[in-house]
Structure formats: C-alpha cells, structure tokens
Design a protein around this ligand. Structure first.
Ligand code: TYM
Length: 323
C-alpha cells in the first residue's frame, strides 16, 4: 500500500511566498513521487478559530484551491478538497479530545501567540486547533506532512495523540513526520519574525506584479555599509537569494564581504528572480479562473474521495472506542 501524505492551508487569503516555499513545494514533490498517495485540503474549518469575515471565507475557501491548481497540484495525482466538506475530521477531533488535557493545549506556543494577537477571542475552537489538525492528518493515517517549521508543535501533538490512541484503543495510527523543504522558514520582509499574512509589509503574494514585488523588496531594511555581521533585513535578502538563485548567492556574498555590495542592485535582482518564478504560476491562474465548471468538478470529486477515506477511519475508531 502507498504511504499517505496530508497537508492544508487556511483560507485566510491568497497564498504568499512563505506558503509556497514552506508547504506547497513539498506538496508538489510528494505528489510527483509514485510511492505516495497525497491529500491536500483547504483548512477552512481552521479559519474560523480566529475572527474572520464571512464573505472573505466564502471566497477564499475556493481561491486557495485555485492557487493550488495554478501551482501545479494535479487532481489526477492528488485528492484536492475542502476540510469542512469532510465533517468526519471534526467528529474524529472530538474523539481525540478525550485524551488531551486542557493544560497541554493552553501551553502550546502557537496557542499563546494567537491569544496575544486576539486577546478577546481565546475560544474553545482556538484551543482545539491542534486537535483538529491531528484529526486532519490521522484520519488519512498520513505519515508525511509537508508544512513549514512553525507547524512542528502541532505535529508533536498529532504524534502524541496517535500514541495514546494506539495504546488505549489498539488503533494503528502512524507517527506523522514533517516533510521539510529548503524554505521551511521564510523570514518577514520587515526584518522581524516570519513572513505572515497577518503582518502587513511582511509578505509577497504569489499574485504580486513585478512592480509590487520590487516595491516590497526595496523596503526591506538594510544597513548603510556592507560586510561583517548581517542585520536581520540583510539576512532576509540573502535567504531569498539562496532559495531563488543559489548560483548568484556566492557572487553577492563575496561582494558583501568585500564591502562593495550595492543593496539596490541586490534587491532588484532578487525581485526579478522571484517574479520570474511566479510569472508562469500567475499565467496559469488567469487561464484557470474563468473555467468555473472545471474548478467545481475538481472540488466536488476531491471532497467525495476524501470523505470516503475519512469515513473508513472514523468507523474503525468508533468501533474500537465502544461507540
Ligand atoms: P497556515 O495557513 O498558517 O500556513 C500554511 C502553510 O504555510 C507554511 N508557512 C510558512 N513556511 C515557511 N515560512 C513561512 N514564513 C511560512 N508561513 C506559513 C506553514 O508552515 C503551513 O505549512 N495549521 C496549518 C493548516 C493546517 C494543516 C492541517 C497543515 C490545518 N490542518 C493539517 C497540515 C496538516 C496552518 O496554520 O497553516
């Protein structure tokens, strides 16, 4: 039997470079490896764990799928679906919650961060976030999860739940591992923290034009000199350079060390190479967008296929739990 893979992205808007490099690149690699059966969803239920706009969610749970298709996820190879259309995820999450303590969830760094960000929305849904994510993964008995490094604490929770369940109920859940990509941590363009949708000025959208990218990259804080210890902003530029043009990385590094690096030249070069990679993706998106029937059929088929697989696990779990 093929090993299974699952990943997902929340429906918070258009994908950014961090999502692409940290998650989608890994998703693509595994999709094209015949040893794996891949399930890729839009995590629309996870989107409601923090304040959101209903119309935006309605739109974005479809937009993320269009992004997936533009990036090369192929419905012939992967099951592409919407989390909320497979309600068994939520059902399994509830069963899982019977072996997880409240204290454990409250102490997760990802929970604390979100509570800091939304102090008036410390809800049960948010506390349950990692349990639902464990259910997303384990309902398909997935062994590999292509996600960025920020998701590691959630994967640890999934492994713990799998162990507990296997012990208590004789299930056969695997210990899911993160599938790492080179871009597992993309820093913010502000030079502070990671690239994130919720921080204005931190990200490049996959749909950004060359002009927009240039403007954003030019705004990355650098220093007045080159050489010596790199500032956070300069590190960010070199990280992007290494990912998009490993060949030129050395050249610019040498210039930096010699102290004659022109930051504007480096920045405009980076903008160009990023845009060069995004351009075909943007073209594909333009072609796909008007093809509503095709997109609808991909979603419908994916939802049905995922649901069938998910039902099987829930049936087994209920039986083993005595329900
Ligand atoms: P989300 O929507 O926050 O992020 C989607 C994916 O993008 C990655 N990512 C990054 N990678 C590198 N550098 C960055 N700056 C960066 N920013 C985001 C994230 O690591 C993630 O892989 N909890 C998940 C959604 C989810 C899920 C799942 C994922 C729900 N259920 C089951 C895998 C399996 C999340 O918050 O994604």
């Amino acid at each position: 039997m093929k090993k299974r893979v699952l990943s997902g992205i929340r429906a918070t808007g258009r994908l950014h470079l961090g999502n692409y490099l940290g998650a989608v690149k890994g998703m693509l690699e595994l999709q094209d490896n015949p040893e794996y059966e891949t399930f890729y969803m839009v995590a629309d239920v996870h989107t409601i764990t923090t304040p959101y706009n209903i119309e935006d969610l309605r739109k974005n749970r479809r937009e993320v799928i269009i992004d997936y298709l533009s990036l090369g996820l192929d419905p012939e190879k992967s099951t592409i679906f919407q989390q909320s259309e497979v309600p068994e995820h939520i059902e399994l999450a509830f069963y899982f919650s019977s072996v997880v303590t409240i204290a454990k969830m409250q102490h997760l760094p990802t929970f604390k961060e979100k509570v800091k960000q939304y102090p008036h929305n410390s809800t049960m849904a948010l506390l349950n976030y990692p349990i639902l994510m464990a259910a997303d993964i384990l309902i398909y008995k997935a062994e590999l999860v292509p996600v960025g490094i920020d998701q590691e604490p959630h994967l640890e929770v999934a492994r713990e739940i799998a162990r507990r369940f296997n012990q208590d109920f004789s299930t056969d859940f695997p210990q899911p591992q993160r599938f790492k990509t080179e871009g597992e941590y993309i820093p913010s363009l502000t030079g502070e923290g990671k690239m994130s949708k919720s921080v204005e000025g931190s990200y490049i959208n996959l749909t950004d034009s060359l002009e927009t990218i240039r403007k954003k990259i030019r705004a990355v804080p650098t220093s007045s000199t080159s050489g010596g210890e790199k500032t956070e902003g300069v590190k960010t530029l070199f990280t992007l350079l290494a990912l998009f043009s490993p060949k030129s990385h050395e050249d610019f590094e040498r210039k930096y060390e010699k102290g004659n690096l022109q930051y504007l030249e480096l920045k405009d070069f980076i903008s160009e190479i990023i845009f060069r990679e995004l351009e075909p993706i943007q073209k594909k998106r333009k072609e796909l967008e008007p093809n509503k029937e095709y997109i609808d059929s991909v979603i419908k088929e994916g939802n049905e296929k995922a649901r069938e697989a998910a039902r099987e696990t829930v049936r087994e779990v209920k039986d083993k739990m005595g329900l």
